[in-house]
Write a protein that binds this ligand. Sequence first.
Ligand code: OOG
Ligand code: MG
Length: 262
Amino acid sequence: MPISPQTIDALAQLLFEAARDATPVVKITDAHPDITWDDAYAIQDSLRAKHLNSGRQLAGLKMGLTSRAKMEQMGVKDPICGFLTDDAVVGDGESIDTSTLIHPKVEAEVAFVTKAPLKGPGCHVGDVLKATDFVIPALEVIDSRYENFRFDLPSVIADNTSACRFVTGGRPVSPRDYDLKTIGVVVDRNGEVVETGAGAAVLGDPALSVATLANMLAKRGAEIPAGTLILTGGITRAILVKPGDTIRARYQHLGELSVSFK
Ligand code: OOG
Ligand code: MG
């Protein structure tokens, strides 16, 4: 049985409040096992409307589960997409109060910023490189609203792909000046190296993650507007953090950035 508009709204409200109150909920497919991919994005759209109605603005878009490390860590196999709001923006080197979050994890990513719209279907890496203003290192803080960070694809799509906070830093560069596939990243926690990776971990090329986003949005009649920041997905596994931790990512050619937790 298709899920009703009332149920879509109620599930979006549940997830909105879980984030607001930093209180986890059971994954929504436990009570609604028939939720489809389309239903899940409808819940995410309703969640986005709730954010905008409460005065927030859109700050960008994100892809998730684009690397094998992430797919294996979370036990799911398909890339997913979500949105970023302006209250999620954290400055390079700043601290985040963990009491406002449930169980934050940090992942190193490459962000793209567009200067022209990207529209699927058929969007490819060449289109992305042409439409990109610059790329910049990013750290994404994810925080699933589900107990124990356990979910399936419909649940995590509805929960806006665990989006929580993000940081940009280091050096903005043109994607035409560097081969993003072979750019290395070293992630440390409190000075100890915990993850290493290269851009190609993300679908073979982080630019392909942006093309995939444009093609996924096209299925829902949407596109990537000019001037959009896009997180392309964690290169390495996400690192669970606790108060007192500092996560720093150092990128070949692109500089470094960090975020702390208190
Ligand atoms: C889902 C979000 C994944 C990424 O970069 O892969 C994501 C999750 O792992 O909770 O943002
Ligand atoms: Mg991410």
